[in-house]
Design a binder for this molecule. Structure first.
Ligand SMILES: [Zn+2]
Length: 273
């Protein structure tokens, strides 16, 4: 059922991030399409993760009406981890699901994507998350036993650094390199006393490069609701964005669930990235 929908690309950290898209039963090595023409044609309907087909997602949320209001995947604490309560045994929408999701090691990290930001991630997802956000550098700050604690640390650090990526800035080029070890040491001072024990001594900085020939000058975001037939020369991939000619960018992640045709010009044997 989800065979024909667009979805988040798989990203793998190599010298340059390697992207893969699984659609129509085929795995596309996206890096090999850079410099080639790519076409995405939307069929005019979407499928929610519960399997419901419709013309559009409820409130452009990526969910149907029922999932938006009832699924633990779309609950408030997904967007605001500081509202997590499973560690206290308090249910939000589905305590069993929430316990599995929240009561597991989480990390607080610092990343440089469009300037420094603080973020949180589950278990070993760090590198995947950084690549999805288009970060160029990242470092782990703390490891905590549940999602709520990571949310509490993030809230404390939000007074000093951003907690969201400015995607327009992220897509406009490679950010200036920063000394994340020094910034981690400066921010660690502001971690609340109760959580200081979770600060990690490991100061490994992960550096990430993306396959991009040319960054857009004046970014135009293309959405399938308005442009159901998208065709253009692929000039790069960063985060979950495809960068096309004429300064157009396409967010793959925000089109998850869109039933679409996906086609490319024959990829050359010699790939650029
Ligand atoms: Zn649904």
């Amino acid at each position: 059922m989800f065979r024909d929908t667009l979805k988040k690309m798989d990203a793998e950290l190599k010298d340059c991030v390697q992207y893969k898209l699984d659609i129509h039963g085929e795995v596309h090595q996206m890096n090999s399409y850079i410099g080639k023409t790519l076409k995405i044609n939307w069929a005019g309907f979407v499928i929610c993760c519960c399997g419901k087909k419709m013309d559009a997602f409820y409130r452009s949320s990526g969910y149907c009406y029922k999932c938006y209001w009832e699924s633990p995947l779309a609950s408030q604490s997904i967007f605001k981890p500081e509202l997590c309560t499973a560690h206290l045994g308090i249910e939000e929408r589905d305590l069993e699901w929430e316990k599995k999701f929240q009561l597991a090691p989480h990390y607080v990290y610092l990343a440089n994507s469009s300037g420094i930001k603080v973020g949180i991630t589950r278990g070993s997802q760090g590198i995947v998350r950084w690549m999805d956000q288009g970060a160029s550098q990242a470092i782990l700050l703390a490891e905590v036993p549940n999602r709520r604690f990571s949310g509490d640390i993030e809230i404390a650090l939000k007074h000093f650094v951003a907690d969201v990526t400015n995607w327009r800035k992220m897509l406009s080029g490679v950010p200036a390199s920063v000394d994340l070890v020094r910034i981690k040491q400066e921010l660690a001072v502001h971690v609340p006393a109760a959580f200081k024990q979770y600060i990690l001594a490991d100061n490994t900085v992960t550096e990430i490069k993306y396959p991009v020939i040319k960054y857009p000058n004046k970014i135009k975001s293309v959405k399938l609701e308005r442009t159901p037939n998208l065709a253009g020369k692929l000039l790069g991939i960063k985060g979950q964005y495809l960068l096309f000619d004429n300064d157009r960018v396409f967010n793959m992640r925000s089109h998850e669930g869109f039933v679409s045709e996906f086609s490319t010009e024959q990829a050359s044997q010699v790939s650029l990235f």
